[in-house]
Design a protein. Structure first.
Length: 95
């Protein structure tokens, strides 16, 4: 997994899975999302997503809720959309 930040957009890239997300990447992702200028999480370059990616989405939503801000999700992959529906967290996820 790669995390890129450009202006108010945090972009996840490559596979975002249990095998590719480690503790340091999780912390970096949370630091990037916690920037008050961040308003969008772009998932266009995510090649594969599993429950680790769903966990990142939830973490990002919690961070922004604590800041009383919203986070727009852009280009959510179909496999992640299916997982959020399976876990019944899709109502919390806004795209």
């Amino acid at each position: 997994m790669n995390v890129e930040c450009n202006g108010g957009v945090v972009a996840l890239q490559a596979a975002v899975t249990m095998g590719t997300v480690d503790a340091e990447q999780y912390r970096r992702f949370c630091r990037e999302v916690a920037d008050s200028a961040v308003h969008t999480l772009d998932l266009a370059a995510v090649s594969r997503a599993d429950s680790a990616c769903a966990a990142l989405l939830l973490a990002a939503m919690r961070i922004k809720k604590a800041q009383q801000q919203t986070l727009k999700l852009a280009h959510m992959p179909a496999d992640l959309r299916m997982l959020t529906a399976l876990y019944e967290i899709d109502p919390w996820i806004t795209e």
